[in-house]
Design a protein around this ligand. Structure first.
Ligand SMILES: Nc1ncnc2c1ncn2[C@@H]1O[C@H](COP(=O)(O)OP(=O)(O)OP(=O)(O)O)[C@@H](O)[C@H]1O
Length: 356
């Protein structure tokens, strides 16, 4: 992956009558990057993708592909491609005819089209005889691969995906997640991927851009965004989390070791710790940050166990431990602890616009 941006979004605004769906957003996408765009329903993901692929026009701002401004270029002339959520394959035609369709539109000669289709079948790990198989004889996963092969047929610079796996069952989704990641590596193309699923974004992408109400709340590598969210919104969006209000370095009910207390002197904000970073302390065992409570509920999650422990005047604490570290069920008094290094302090003010 190169550091040079292949795509630059500059102060992009989209208004529908008096409603602003995108608020002057900026983003640089690196050449060869896998960027996932996630956000709650209505945050503007589809609106953004529609502008990027040319299905709609921005109200203000510009979109650049390398050094070429493309927001005024019609969709069919943009060297990008979109893989739709609904596959839009021709069900009664063959796999070969479907893959070759964009090439036929571009008047590529039949022999050349077929050679490219066979090459793409191999790339997508489909056997060559699938060339003559009809789409309605293919499984869901095979259809997804054909759709991908078709998207790659004319060698687009960037592939856009709008929730391509959302309609598939869990196992197939997991398989295709791995295949997509692998395909990204093998092709070296730039992938921009919209999803509701944080898990998909975490597994596949180099960076995640979190959208909220028409702006980017944070853009960073998955591990960074998970461990060091810039706002409570991102912290909560990125999975289960414990949030403690800190005022002048103090959180009611939490005990800090002298070293940990030193880290938070005079600081105000939200102290965050993920459930898997909290442990149950044995009698006499210490931790940077410790607190007491009584188990309210216990849930088995396969190899792990999750607990909720109520706190006065605040949301309950969630703790997730390996089964071998399980404690008693509801009513069990516990002391919980965590390392200061596993905690992250979110500064008081929310960050209105993430830097791309
Ligand atoms: N053509 C339109 N006219 C008016 N408002 C629109 C139009 N298209 C989108 N919007 C509004 O813009 C906002 C962003 O919509 P968008 O479809 O981009 O969200 P999204 O993040 O893709 O949501 P989802 O995850 O549900 O698909 C929403 O409030 C939506 O109602």
């Amino acid at each position: 992956m190169s550091d040079i941006p292949i795509l630059r979004i500059n102060a992009l605004t989209k208004r529908f009558n008096d409603f602003t769906a995108l608020h002057g957003i900026n983003l640089n996408v690196r050449d060869g990057e896998f960027l996932a765009i996630v956000g709650p329903s209505g945050s503007g993901k589809t609106t953004l993708i529609r502008l990027l692929v040319g299905m709609d026009e921005p109200t203000e701002g510009s979109i650049w592909l390398r050094d070429r401004r493309i927001d005024e270029v019609p969709a069919n002339k943009r060297p990008t491609c979109m893989v739709f959520q609904s596959l839009a394959l021709f069900p009664h035609r063959t796999v070969g005819q479907n893959i070759e369709f964009p090439l036929k539109l571009r008047k590529v000669a039949p022999a050349k089209r077929k050679a490219r289709a066979l090459e793409l079948l191999e790339l997508l790990r489909l056997p060559p005889h699938y060339y003559d198989k009809r789409i309605d004889e293919c499984s869901g996963g095979e259809r997804q691969r054909v759709a991908l092969a078709r998207a790659l047929a004319f060698d687009p610079e960037i592939l856009f995906f709008d929730e391509p796996l959302s309609a598939l069952d869990y196992r197939l989704r997991k398989t295709l997640e791995k295949e997509l990641k692998d395909l990204h590596q093998r092709t070296g193309k730039t992938f921009i991927y919209i999803t509701h699923s944080l898990e998909e974004a975490m597994v596949m992408s180099d960076r995640i851009a979190i959208m909220k109400a028409g702006h980017f709340e944070q853009i960073a590598a998955p591990t960074d965004i998970y461990a060091r969210p810039r706002s409570r919104f991102v912290a909560e969006f990125m999975g289960e989390v414990n949030l403690f209000d800190m005022q002048d370095g103090q959180v009611p009910g939490l005990r800090f070791s002298p070293e940990a207390a030193g880290l938070y002197i005079g600081r105000t904000g939200t102290l965050m710790v993920r459930p898997e970073s909290v442990t149950f302390l044995k009698p006499g065992e210490g931790a940077d940050i410790a607190f007491d409570g009584v188990v309210e509920a216990e849930y088995l999650l396969g190899s792990r166990v999750q607990y909720t422990v109520p706190r006065e005047g605040a949301a309950p604490v969630t703790v997730e431990v390996l089964r071998e570290n399980a404690v008693g069920g509801p009513g069990t008094p516990v002391t919980m602890g965590c390392a200061a290094s596993a905690c992250h302090l979110i500064a008081e003010e929310e960050v209105p616009h993430a830097a791309a």
